[in-house]
Design a protein around this ligand. Structure first.
Ligand SMILES: [Zn+2]
Length: 441
């Protein structure tokens, strides 16, 4: 396959823009080759975006009714919204969520999702459902199950086992588009025993732990009340903090914890829009160092929008933040996924890299080159420019439509499942779990 006539962003960090045809052979970027060509004149071809932290299971929550008293803090947001939704999920709604979430990711130019899945009443096999749904659309993914003690020790154990089962399958079947991590909810819903079991599983399979860390101050208060240590210290002592670990949020990490996280070489997924939406504070992303990537925390998968929001939020306090900041963060997300797949070239369009790419229909009104590209990213480009999307050398979106599935039908089926899910939700009350040290617990 040959993509002709486009301007090509071959690398996000450092920015490299070239005017050359893109050649894809056996799912990879090649220096030369033959085959059918696709006219991309006047287009910009970029590496596929990576969302480093999301929750596909929340895809059917959009606009759902809410009749309880409004939450006044983060713990209540979990108790009254997300920990009701996840308990209402069954196999059909998990599948529908993954399908619509995957569809929206592709249509917005995101080719890889690092997902954190929870469905406490349908744990066993849930990651297979997500994997199969994403594979049917052609989305690359790094999956895990959100292990937690909040629904009791049996479900905590089932969470660990689901991670292990899926990692076993990844190892056995050499899945082309999916890898796994060990998922854990957050320090404040994990007993020492469950946390140890997660770390053990991560060690056995040679993968990292994917966990929310210090998202809200409640996580820190709980950890201090539980063991006298702050969250990062507790994770460190449990052996949960190394260069494979993916922490989400990290808003309330203090100086010592940031030093600890950086020293361990752990990754941190920054979720700017989610942080704003939940009023939990602002992550110290500049201090958290080079291993900061970007996630949406389930607010869709549009990384143009997410990276722009994160950038502007940062610029609000620091006009010295360069326009290349969002590009470096997205490159870091691709490195994270690349490590999971053993593909160091993921997130570039350089020779040998997996052919995960997006064709943007972008009539650039000003010159596009290495020095100007960041400006186009921050002030010009958006997911509305996405025309075609390729993952591992196969078209997943062509002319703004899914290439492997009927998107109208998929949305219509999701609508039916969403109504069913919303009805089930009505019967589920606020979750009784309280963190240590909270007023309620
Ligand atoms: Zn999250």
């Amino acid at each position: 396959m040959l993509l002709t006539g486009a301007t090509v962003l071959t690398s996000l960090d450092p920015v490299r823009v070239a005017r050359e045809d893109v050649c894809v052979v056996d799912g990879r970027i090649a220096a030369s080759g033959e085959g059918p060509s696709r006219d991309c004149s006047g287009c910009l071809v970029i590496p596929g975006n990576v969302c480093a932290h999301t929750h596909l299971y929340s895809a059917l929550a959009r606009g759902m009714p809410y009749a309880l008293a409004p939450p006044t803090n983060f713990t209540q947001i979990l108790q009254r919204i997300w920990w009701r939704l996840d308990r209402a999920l069954d196999e059909d709604t998990i599948r529908a969520s993954a399908l619509v979430g995957g569809m929206e990711a592709l249509l917005s130019g995101t080719t890889t999702l690092v997902d954190h899945h929870a469905s406490p009443h349908a744990i066993d096999g849930s990651l297979d459902i997500v994997e199969e749904a994403l594979r049917s659309l052609g989305v690359r993914s790094v999956l895990c199950y959100e292990t937690s003690d909040r629904d009791g020790p049996e479900r905590a154990l089932a969470g660990v086992m689901e991670n292990r089962r899926f990692l076993d399958r990844v190892r056995r079947e050499h899945l082309a588009l999916a890898r796994g991590m060990v998922g854990a909810h957050a320090s404040f819903t994990l007993s020492d025993e469950t946390l140890a079991a997660c770390c053990e599983a991560a060690g056995v399979y040679g993968v990292g732990l994917h966990i929310h860390a210090a998202e809200d101050s409640a996580d820190e208060v709980d950890s201090l009340a539980r063991c006298g240590d702050r969250v990062a210290e507790r994770l460190h002592r449990a052996g949960a903090l190394d260069e494979r670990t993916l922490l989400a949020h990290g808003v309330h990490l203090d100086d010592d914890e940031i030093t600890l996280v950086r020293g361990a070489g752990a990754s941190l997924a920054h979720n700017a829009r989610s942080n704003m939406n939940n009023s939990i504070g602002r992550a110290r992303v500049a201090e958290l160092g080079p291993r900061v990537s970007l996630g949406t925390d389930g607010i869709g998968s549009d990384m143009f929008e997410e990276s722009r929001a994160a950038f502007l939020r940062l610029r609000e306090d620091d006009s010295g933040t360069g326009g290349d900041w969002p590009l470096r963060r997205l490159a870091e997300g691709a490195h994270l996924a690349g490590r999971a797949f053993g593909e160091p070239g993921l997130g570039t369009l350089e020779e040998g890299a997996p052919a995960d790419l997006v064709v943007l229909d972008y009539p650039a009104p000003t010159p596009v080159h290495d020095g100007s590209f960041a400006g186009h990213w921050v002030f010009g480009l958006s997911s509305r420019n996405v025309r075609d999307v390729m993952v591992a050398g196969e078209w997943a979106v062509l002319d703004r439509r899914l290439a492997k599935a009927d998107q109208q039908q998929l949305a219509a089926e999701a609508l039916v499942e969403a109504e069913r899910l919303w009805q089930r939700l009505d019967e589920i009350g606020p979750h009784p779990f309280e963190p240590h040290g909270s007023k309620g617990g």
